[in-house]
Design a protein around this ligand. Structure first.
Ligand code: DHB
Ligand code: FE
Length: 279
């Protein structure tokens, strides 16, 4: 039986990827954030998962207004790195796990979560920056990756509650997989940020901390937070945080918080990092 061995939450700020790619992590702006990464990197190196299910959002890269899947599961053999306008990031291609991904597809769809299935797509900073946060700059990623893309770009995104229930269904799927893979699930994006309009630059570290507290200790309450509260408190792009509820839903009702760090600001965003294990 496959085993879910932990969860890692992280923001996916593009400038973090640039800082890593260009060797700027020790510069004064970057050092205080990168100094907070080692416990999370040491944790994932020790846990050494075979597969990471990365819950992320595409930023009008693989998808666009032409096609808006609410939940899209990557079932392909591999996923190329997208050129988001400045050339492809110099990171390894992402190797999929089609067998587990198709098992997830079957289990989730029969469990009444009607996913879009994707054989071919390129992945953007929403997925590659979390991998770089977790693993640095290896020649190839140490784990296979199953991408789960969530629409948080075009309203209406899924509710936090729907995301939490999807996470629970993902857990049932992992638990029923006959392989012996060790799996980590990533929740990515957020925390508070707004990149546009009158409130551009908004950060609400206090609300984010409250969200993370609820996420860890009372996820059912976190799942009840409505879109309007994310918008009001965490800004227009803060809605990315619903993806952390998919991660949390996959974990046990009670979890151990292994590590938490946040940093204000990175680029325009309250940068979050969270590691959980099942109790
Ligand atoms: C920033 C944050 C994001 O989540 C994103 O997708 C793009 C940019 C930022 O803070 O610059
Ligand atoms: Fe984003």
């Amino acid at each position: 039986m496959a085993e879910l061995v932990g969860a890692l939450g992280t923001s996916h700020i593009p400038a973090v990827g640039v800082a890593i790619d260009k060797g700027r992590t020790q510069e004064p702006y970057w050092k205080p954030y990168f100094d907070k990464l080692p416990p999370a990197r040491e944790w994932i190196a020790a846990v050494d998962p075979d597969v990471c299910i990365i819950v992320y959002n595409d930023h009008a890269t693989a998808f666009s207004l032409a096609l808006i899947p609410t939940f899209a599961l990557g079932v392909g053999e591999r996923f190329g790195i997208a050129d988001e306008g400045f050339g492809k990031r110099p990171v390894p291609e992402v190797e999929g796990h089609p067998d587990l991904a198709w098992h997830l597809a079957e289990s989730l769809i029969l469990d009444e979560f009607d996913l879009t299935l994707v054989n071919e797509m390129e992945v953007d900073h929403g997925l590659t920056v979390p991998l770089s946060v977790a693993y640095g700059q290896p020649d190839r990623w140490p784990c296979r990756v199953i991408p789960l893309a969530v629409n948080v770009v075009q309203y209406p995104p899924p509710t936090g509650n729907r995301c939490f229930r999807l996470g629970q269904a993902i857990r049932r799927a992992i638990d029923s997989y006959p392989g012996n893979e060790r799996v980590v699930i990533f929740g990515t994006g957020g925390l508070s940020h707004q990149l546009q309009a009158e409130r551009a630059g908004l950060i609400n570290a206090e609300w984010d901390a409250h969200f993370l507290d609820l996420l860890v200790t009372d996820p059912e309450a976190a799942a009840r937070i409505e879109h309007i509260e994310y918008l009001r408190e965490a800004g227009s792009e803060g809605i990315e945080m619903v993806m952390w509820l998919i991660m949390r839903g996959a974990m046990n009702p009670t979890v151990r918080e292994i590590y938490r760090a946040t940093h204000v600001p990175t680029s325009n965003t309250h940068n979050g990092l969270l590691v959980l294990e099942n109790t």
